[in-house]
Design a protein around this ligand. Sequence first.
Ligand code: SF4
Length: 188
Amino acid sequence: MGEIKKDMVEMKEAPEGYEGRGFFATKLDSVIGMARSNSLWPLPFATSCCGIEFMATASTNYDLARFGMERMSFSPRQADLLMVMGTIAKKMGPILKQVYDQMAEPKWVISVGACASSGGIFDTYSVLQGIDNVIPVDVYVPGCPPRPEQILEGVMKIQELAKSESLRRRNSDEYKRMLEGYNIEVSK
Ligand code: SF4
């Protein structure tokens, strides 16, 4: 491994708080939000061409690792960001829902590309016309396919969400009602 120089390490801004000689005080919510947003573990649910764009996003030129996201998870139980990329057949809907169900809270979902978001050009009997028919989506990335820059922007939107939402948002009545609308139980 090459030597890590000081200017290669990007320091993250501290959350809002009070600073004095030898101390810094802030809210637990802010610290946890900062940690969560800079260590998202994505589960790539890639079924077709948009998945190839994701591979480019994760590799050298675009380097998803800059966002603390280099640790891909192929197990839903160790992932908190579900990235759905590609055409989702109706038969796959229940499987996608099962994967989402198996992820622990807090969890977020990005729908990457026209197919995942709306069925795209495949307005046919066999293709799900948007994954939000079966699971809730936090960020939609448009395009057919979206460029890696767009996927990165989607990830940054999720970071903003993770940073700003309350620790307990997932326990809110509104969130529970939304999941109930999808016939999904809120995990503890
Ligand atoms: S949105 Fe376009 S590039 Fe992405 S999976 Fe669908 S057809 Fe392929």
